[in-house]
Design a protein around this ligand. Structure first.
Ligand code: SF4
Length: 73
């Protein structure tokens, strides 16, 4: 199930050191091209702490977390 978190990656900043993958391996993976790959761009709320830790640990500030707006109906 998807949560309201959305992850935005600036691949120009990413240097592929994998800190994010260590913090949240269900969400981030560093590919063979030394660029982060977002496995789950809309992770469940339960992963919020891990995703926030990953963004915080990223030495290049390449990860941004935004809260997706709700779905008005
Ligand atoms: S921690 Fe940041 S710089 Fe390192 S792989 Fe992840 S997004 Fe890229």
């Amino acid at each position: 199930m998807s949560g309201s978190l959305r992850i935005v990656v600036d691949r120009d900043l990413c240097e592929g050191n994998g800190r994010c993958e260590q913090a949240a391996p269900a969400v981030f993976r560093v590919g063979d091209d030394d660029q982060v790959e977002v496995l789950d761009p809309a992770p469940a709320e339960a992963l919020r702490d891990a995703v926030e830790a990953a963004a915080h640990l990223c030495p290049r500030q390449a990860l941004r977390i935004v809260d997706a707006p709700g779905h008005p109906d």
